[in-house]
Design a protein around this ligand. Structure first.
Ligand code: FAD
Length: 359
């Protein structure tokens, strides 16, 4: 069988694009691992924050909000976002407030929301309520269901090792089988440049950057469920409730080769040391740690659309730290571009997302 669209990668990028494309033609999605969302998509902080990211990413965030809020009953629940700063961080705090459209609040008001904040270190705080937790598993499953409802096929444990092209068709080899397709969609996350090289398409210079997480019991036995996400000024660390427990991330961006990432103990310790003075409860026990790769294009904006010199090779890459929040609009744009529909996003935004910007 010749597929209309063969998608490589079973993270949020691949399944959201697969759902959109399954309305246009036959879809086969190949994922190397035995489960979907094993890599970056299984390791995120699951936040929707419209003002987070490159200005063009922000356009995608905004265009995704209504879908996240309503489609299939919606996947968002209220979280809120607070930035905190010490007396020496006035400059970065001013930038945070402007960039993230936050309202400055008093340290006392901040402590009323997050009672573990340390009054002797906290000098400035800002907040807004327009930040939500994304039910990432539900979002992913909604897309998987859409693919299957439209007779699309998903194969796990299917690592792509060879790609050739003949007579206008792609031949893609995965675990001993060869599949044929008219259009190849590269949603391989940290491996997307590797897939391009296999296909003979010019790589983009994508950079996977590791980010680690530590889960710990709720500090001081507090009920943290309604606390906002708290970010140290300049994104020097962040903390967030997680199913009754508490996550702390050093918010690092350490370059890495594509691999099954794990948390670096030293980096975690340094991040916790930056977080610790801001709170009154000492970190004494960590129950789990993990890390994921946030993969960025050189300009830190997503790359969505056909390769300029190989239009039946389509990039859905460079999601960085925004892959979940941008997924609905990103997938819709790819569907628009491949179906010839006029994109809902402004032409300038579409151009700034396209791979031709690196040509
Ligand atoms: C710590 C952390 C916090 C984050 N927080 C947020 C957040 O709050 N909000 C948000 O929106 N985003 C967040 N992100 C970012 C988000 O997780 C990513 O942008 C998103 O998961 C990227 O999805 P993806 O599908 O491109 O990549 P992945 O999920 O990595 O999927 C790519 C898939 O391609 C497969 N693949 C690779 N090579 C092959 C091959 N040869 N054959 C077959 N399959 C292959 C891989 O196995 C992988 O499953 C965070 C990320 C991290 C690490």
């Amino acid at each position: 069988m010749i597929h209309d669209f063969l998608i490589i990668g079973g993270g949020i990028a691949g399944v959201s694009t697969g759902a959109e494309l399954s309305r246009l033609g036959s879809v086969l999605l190949l994922e190397a691992e035995d489960a979907l969302a094993y890599h970056a998509s299984g390791r995120s902080a699951a936040l929707f924050e419209a003002h987070y990211g490159h200005p063009v990413t922000i356009e995608l965030n905004k265009a995704s909000h209504a879908f996240h809020m309503t489609a299939n009953g919606g996947v968002l629940s209220p979280r809120g976002l607070m930035f905190v700063a010490s007396a020496t961080q006035a400059d970065s705090f001013a930038q945070d407030v402007a960039l993230m459209h936050l309202d400055e609040i008093s340290p006392d008001d901040a402590r009323a929301m997050v009672p573990i904040l340390n009054p002797s270190h906290l000098a400035m705080a800002a907040y807004h309520g327009a930040a939500w937790d994304i039910d990432t598993d539900r979002l992913l499953q909604n897309y998987v269901r859409a693919i299957r409802d439209n007779q699309g096929e998903i194969r796990n444990g299917a690592k792509v090792t060879g790609i050739t092209r003949a007579s206008g068709l792609w031949q893609v080899t995965a675990t001993g089988q060869t599949h044929e397709a008219r259009v190849l969609v590269n949603a391989a996350g940290a491996w997307a440049d590797h897939i391009a090289a296999l296909a003979g398409v010019h790589p983009l210079g994508l950079k996977p950057l590791r980010r680690s997480m530590a889960r710990m019991p709720a500090p001081g036995g507090h009920d943290v469920r309604r606390w906002p996400m708290v970010i140290g000024s300049g994104e020097s660390w962040y903390a967030k409730p997680d199913a009754g427990a508490w996550l702390v991330s050093p918010a690092e961006e350490d370059p890495a080769e594509p691999h099954d990432a794990w948390a670096d103990d030293l980096v975690l310790a340094e991040g916790i040391a930056r977080y610790q003075p801001f709170v009154t409860e000492e970190v004494t026990r960590i129950t789990a740690t993990w890390a994921g790769l946030r993969t960025f294009a050189p300009d830190r904006c997503l790359v969505l659309g056909p390769a300029p010199d190989t239009p039946d090779f389509v990039w859905v890459a460079g999601q960085g730290g925004y892959g979940f929040q941008t997924a609905p609009a990103a997938a819709r744009l790819v569907g628009d571009l491949l179906s010839g529909r006029t994109p809902e996003l402004a032409p300038d935004t579409v151009a700034r997302l396209g791979p031709a910007r690196f040509a």
